[in-house]
Design a protein around this ligand. Structure first.
Ligand code: SF4
Length: 477
């Protein structure tokens, strides 16, 4: 597994500056931050230990830190009245957005801010327009509003360019004077572009950042468009199963994620990688033909010129044998069934190699391979491992796992009804085969109470997907 860290990840200029400012100020006594300095619990805890606290003591004079998100003018006035010492760590990009909104409002424009109305940065920007700016979360919201002739449009610094451009295109057709205020921060833009590119090159993305960090959430949304993505706050949130069979994993991090957390996450992934290699990623060579090849070479060298025909024949055999096929666990291979019994099938997977497909790896329910497979049939399998006897063990159910999970995910999103046979009765419900193991809780089988589920065995049920558990490879229906 290769781990690739995005070129631009973690602390942006504004956050780094705020953290350094807070650390420096805390050397001279406690500093009170107006709200969490950054949206990262682990970093906030570390800063707290250094003396950067969140709760402000209004009774006594103290140092109050204004965080990167900034605040409205009323807050400055209030703090000054209280006699507090203000340490202003408002990010210059946010300051620029505040001033641009203020100026546009003073010039008589109807001001719109694309962003999250509950976010401190947006609330601060609106406050600089005497609370006149209107916050919109989407184009749909904007379409419902009455527009004046002169409109100014800006965005929360962490917004995506696409969403901002959508609004611009719409407004250009609706108003006579449109003032576009480009307030999306370049740090955000670059991180998003780099993350999108990386997400297209890997099998999995890990986004590191606080659950409440809006720029981290945006990075996650962007990566999810291209590849399976998990957002984690810290190394302990990572799950081993996410990395199984993954060859390339990308890592990016929100602008409020400190380097030390990214480092811990990557170290944990490295550990998983080693465990993975120990258990699963042993390189499997189909056959060690070194001896045979060497022997043939010697034979060829001894061949006299009178034996040209024979030599040609030997060379052909040698070339044939040199094409040693190498497989890795996790490789998907198209093979041909060459022999079948009820318990296992031999699959020709190329390179003069045959792998063994045990019945337990065919599907999740009890099957008779004689009935399921035909000699000569093509089948997609995944290489799992080499057993003690040197046989390559294959799995059909693992090969189809991702495809099946994708289909189930689509069915879940669309609320589609799927059909699946009941394969077993277990404690608490029924097991069904939906390509992977599906579990139907007893309470979801019928609208009425069912005392005995025996009659459901082998029946086909109409089901909706409630939940997918990729780690347990289980669907809840
Ligand atoms: S993301 Fe941009 S606007 Fe926000 S703090 Fe960082 S540099 Fe400033």
């Amino acid at each position: 597994m290769k781990i690739i860290i995005a070129e631009h990840a973690g602390f942006c200029f504004g956050v780094r500056n705020a953290v350094l400012t807070a650390e420096k100020a805390a050397r001279n006594g406690p500093v009170f931050s107006l709200g969490p300095l950054i949206h990262n619990q682990q970093e906030t805890t570390r800063l707290e230990k250094l003396g950067v606290k969140e709760k402000i003591d209004t009774k006594q004079e103290s140092s109050v830190l204004i965080r990167t998100h900034g605040v409205g003018p009323q807050v400055y006035t209030k703090l000054k009245k209280q006699g507090q010492k203000i340490i202003d760590a408002t990010c210059p990009h946010v300051r620029k957005a505040q001033m641009a909104a203020k100026e546009a409002q003073e010039q008589g424009y109807q001001v719109f801010v694309l962003g999250d109305k509950n976010h401190a940065e947006v609330q601060g920007i609106v406050a600089w327009t005497e609370d006149k700016a209107v916050v919109i979360a989407s184009l749909e919201e904007l379409k419902k509003l009455e527009l004046q002739d002169r409109v100014a449009l800006l965005a929360q610094t962490t917004e995506t360019e696409n969403r901002f451009n959508e609004l611009i295109s719409y407004l250009q057709t609706k108003v006579t004077d449109l003032k576009i205020l480009p307030t999306i921060c370049s740090a955000t833009r670059i991180r998003q572009a780099v993350a999108a590119k990386l997400a297209q090159e890997v099998d999995l993305m890990i986004v590191v950042g606080g659950q409440h960090s809006s720029n981290t959430k945006k990075l996650t949304e962007i990566c999810q468009k291209y590849v399976s993505t998990y957002q984690v706050e810290k190394a302990q949130d990572l799950q081993f199963c996410w990395f199984q069979n993954k060859k390339k994993v990308g890592v990016t991090a929100g602008a409020s994620t400190p380097d030390w957390i990214i480092k811990e996450v990557v170290e944990q992934m490295e550990e998983f990688k080693e465990n993975n290699q120990g258990e699963n990623t042993e390189e499997i060579k189909v056959e060690n033909q070194g001896e045979t090849i060497k022997q043939n070479q010697e034979e060829i060298e001894e061949t006299t010129s009178e034996k040209t025909d024979e030599l040609t024949q030997s060379t052909v055999n040698l070339d044939d044998q040199i094409s040693i096929q190498t497989f890795q666990p996790g490789d998907l291979v198209k093979g041909t069934v060459v022999q079948v019994s009820s318990e296992e099938a031999l699959i020709d997977i190329g390179g003069k190699s045959e792998g063994v497909l045990p019945v337990t790896e065919f599907t999740n329910y009890k099957a008779d391979l004689n009935k399921e497979l035909q000699v000569g049939e093509e089948i997609l399998v995944e290489v799992i491992k080499k057993d003690k006897e040197g046989n390559i063990i294959l799995s059909r159910k693992k090969a189809y796992f991702n495809e099946v999970m994708d289909k189930l995910e689509q069915a879940q999103k669309a609320g589609e009804i799927i059909e699946a046979p009941v394969t077993d009765i277990v404690k608490g419900g029924l097991l069904v085969d939906v390509g992977v193991r599906g579990f139907v809780p007893a309470s979801q089988v019928e609208r009425f109470f069912v005392k005995d589920f025996k009659e459901y065995l082998q029946k086909t049920l109409r089901l909706k997907v409630l939940e997918l558990d990729i780690c347990e490879r289980t669907t809840f229906l």
